[in-house]
Write a new protein. Sequence first.
Length: 325
Amino acid sequence: MATLNRLAILDDFQGVAREMGPWDRLPPGLKIEVFEDALADQDALVARLLPFDAILGIRERTPFPAALLKRLPNLKLLMTTGERNRAFDVAAANAQGITVCGTPSSGAPTVDITWGLILGLLRDLPAQTASLRAGTWQAKGAPNSVGTAAEGLTLGILGLGKLGTRVARVGQAFGMKTIAWSQNLTAEAAAAVGATRVEKAELFAQADVVTLHMILSDRSRGIVGASELAAMKSTAYIVNTSRGPLIDQPALIAALSEGRIAGAGLDVFDREPLPLDHPLMSCPNTLLTPHLGYVSRQNFGAYFTGAVEAIEAYLADAPIRVLTP
C-alpha cells in the first residue's frame, strides 16, 4: 500500500481550505499544513516544500516546472484543483515518478465575474458606490457617470467555447448583439449559439464590449495587442477573465492612460498576485478583481473534496483523475 506523511496546501489566500474540505476523512497520521502566501523565489519554495510528499496547488497560483520538481525528491503526489493545469510540467513529474491528479471543477463562476465586470463598467457601479458613501447622490463629472445600458450594444467575444458560449447567452438575454472570433471558429458554430462570426479586426472595430475566453498558449499569447486596441471605439470596454498574457499589458496600459478606450475590467494579470506598484493599479477607468473567476464556495468545495478523494485513491494504489502530458 502507498503511504503519505505530509500534505502541503498552497496559496490559500483567503484562508478557507481547512473549513471547506473534508480533511477529517484522511488518515490521522497524515499531517496537513496550509500556506496562505505565495512564494515566487524558487529557493524559498524548495525550502518550504522539501519535507512534503503530497502537495495540492490551487490552480496556477504556484507553477511546478521541471526545475522545481527536480529539487523535490520526496514528492510522490502532486494535485491541482481543476481538471488541467498548464503551469504544471506533468511530463517532468511523471518522469520523476510523481503521480499528478486533478479534481472536479465548474467554469460557471467565471461567467459570473465576467458579467460583474461588464455591468460594473457599463453602469459605473464602483464610482457611484464610492460617491454615495462619500455623501453625493449620483456622481457627477466622471466619463461614464450617467452609465450605459447593455441592451442594444454589441458584445464581441474572443473564444466561443464553453465559457464564451455561456457569456454570449447572457448577453443575448440583455438584448445585446453578439459577435465572435477565434482561429478555429466557423460561421455555423457561431450561429448555433446565436452569434455572428466576424474577422478579428471587425470584432474590435464593432464591439462596444470585448471579452476574452481563450486558453493561454504560444498561439494566443498577446493575441490582443496595440493594433487591436487601436481599432476599438473610444467608448468601448475590454474585459479579461481568462489569462493576463492574452493581452499585451503595456499596450493596454497605454490605451487606458491615453483615454483611447473607455475602460477595462480585469480579473487576471501578467503577474499574480498583482504588485501594488503595478501600472494597472493607477490606470483610469479600470475595474480590477484579484483573479476571482474560479473562486466560489461551490468550486472550492469541489476542489477540496476532489483532493481528499485523490489522496484516498492514491493510498489505495488506485489513483484517480490522473493527468497525462
